[in-house]
Ligand binder design. Sequence first.
Ligand code: SF4
Length: 424
Amino acid sequence: MIIEKYQAKSLIRTSRRSPHHIHLNIYQGCFHNCSYCDGKSDEYFMHDDYSNTIRAKINAPELLEEYLKNKGFLPINREKTNTLLDFIPQSSRKKMASDNPKFIINIFGNICDVYQPAEAELEITRKILQVAYDYGFPVRILTKNALVLRDIDLIKKINQDTFARVAFTITLSNPQEQLIFEPNASSTNERLTALKKLREEGIPAGVYITPVIPWIGDKDANLIELFQQLKDVKAEFVITGGLTLKPGRNKEDFLKTIDEHHPELLVLYDELYRNNSIYGQPDMEIWKKYKLQNPIKQGYQMSREFGINFYEPRYIPEGTIRINLEIATILSWIAFLMAEIYEESWHKAYELREAAIELENYPSDISLMKFEEILTLPFEKHVFRHIIEMLQTGKSSYLVKKEDNSQLFFKNDDLFSKNSSSLR
Ligand code: SF4
């Protein structure tokens, strides 16, 4: 492994679709070298030697700090700042809020793992966590490496102060198979043990089973074993997703691994991904021909059987409009069920998702608006029906009908009844 340190100009990615989150890309390249890795896709413009040369944004903590300062936030939890802040007691500092709402800092490794081996030496992710703690910001971490436990002290502190969650990607229960597809990541067992430790320490932590690899990871034996293990370690949630193979390095690397270790499957994968979809999606006609299972439905069904959430319970950051975000979350969830699980209406699901994004960005508390004002929002009738019902009753009859337990999205059950009194 070659590590190239460099001073980056940018670090932070934001999106209108998730305005209460920022995403950090700390590394370029990933030594874990998973054969299905989406980070190798051409669209991310990674260097050629993606798996061996790891480019590290050595100034990432400073870039994050600069970003937070520019938004008016102060290092309220830092012991020594050499500024007037040092003279203000800790208990009063929290009140010195910026006019800007807070957001969740996503320290995600979905295209370059933030706890890959280079991090053991460089400690950039650790320094990022320290900045998040100093400024009183919540974090979400995603990794395939048990090295995350090195920072459990900081993660605990952040979780006690605001919120911290760790998610692992885990795909295969069989150790030999796991080594084939994720040669340099922590083993499945190490990740599960790390998850157990985090849960014992009271830290929210769950699992993404992505991708569920057709003909290998989608076998009941693999998924049932993983779900059982997740239940045993008290995973907070589990979410499953399918395999995408984008034309170029992503698809080529995967097929090379299949050729080496499962040559009998090569012809099947060639056929399944022959459409060369730019999004890496399989050809659905071929999917049906081989009677492959839908990995999302499969996971949703198992999550119900094993009693594990199929969603990440949402943390709502300080300074945001709580009720708007709660309703937006439920609209997105209804859209998910409508489209992915019950296959009722893709069109309505799309409209619900768009309305959810609108609400995420909406600057006023909709529960304090008059009925006629709410109706001026750019939503379809069926969307209004869901929103008004939630504002008036605090519930969604759609979810009740589907016997879905995601009412748990709400931490404060009284919120709706309290706010709905202002609805006229
Ligand atoms: S851990 Fe994630 S980013 Fe790293 S190679 Fe594997 S899939 Fe890619």
